[in-house]
Design a protein around this ligand. Structure first.
Ligand code: CA
Length: 219
């Protein structure tokens, strides 16, 4: 289960990264609000752990933009500013829960578990396409109920296609999605990943739209 951790303090960030990883989460850690926005637009996370005082963009701005885009990912806000006014501001911006620094790691883990549990009861976790199931929260793909391992880049392309069924995605759009994961996307990269996805998931799922890009048709 993937968590995005946004924290500019090295000591707190590394402590949380280690603690969350030991609790079984797969953690992406960024230190800057702008990097958080990029990561959130590229990857589907099960949970966002967000510091409010950040360089680049503040946590409140990140959160507001996220909610305005319609993303309902659960968000745990961390902040040094423990006043009632700050707490209200964080919750108003769309946080699901709030923890003031200093906090105990066990407290963070308990809040994370509760938020993930709550969101699993409310959101659509999986997209099913014939015999293929893409679980956007657990970050897994199965075909005929058998787990199919994908690389991060294959996952990014696949989720972009299956969450826009019936709408062709241009190569440029897919490259843009990959951009956060590699510098200088080579022109044949998308073709290579699509070809690998077809080998893993069968030739029917992703259709080539000549001169445009690729599409997953509605099943
Ligand atoms: Ca901070």
């Amino acid at each position: 289960m993937k968590i995005l951790l946004v924290e500019d303090d090295d000591l707190i960030g590394s402590g949380l990264e280690v603690g969350l990883a030991q609790a079984g989460y797969s953690v992406d850690w960024v230190r800057d609000g702008s990097d958080a926005v990029t990561a959130l637009s590229t990857t589907r996370y099960a949970l966002l752990v967000l510091d409010l005082g950040l360089p680049g963009k503040s946590g409140t701005e990140v959160l507001r933009a996220l909610r305005e885009s319609g993303d309902d990912i659960p968000v745990l806000v961390l902040t040094a500013r423990g006043t009632v006014a700050d707490r209200v501001r964080g919750l108003d911006a769309g946080a699901d829960d709030y923890l003031a620094k200093p906090f105990e790691l066990s407290e963070v883990l308990a809040r994370c578990r509760a938020l993930v549990r709550r969101s699993q009861g409310r959101s659509q976790d999986a997209i099913v396409w014939r015999d293929i199931s893409v679980d956007l929260v657990a970050h897994t793909v199965t075909r005929n109920a058998v787990r199919v391992p994908l690389t991060t880049r294959e996952w990014v392309i696949l989720t972009q296609l299956v969450t826009h069924q019936g709408v062709p995605q241009t190569r440029a759009r897919l490259e843009e999605r990959l951009y956060g994961w590699q510098e200088g996307v080579e022109s044949n990269t998308i073709e290579v990943h699509v070809s690998n996805l077809r080998k893993k998931l069968g030739p029917e799922l992703i259709r080539t739209v000549r001169g445009v890009g690729y599409v997953v048709e509605k099943p």
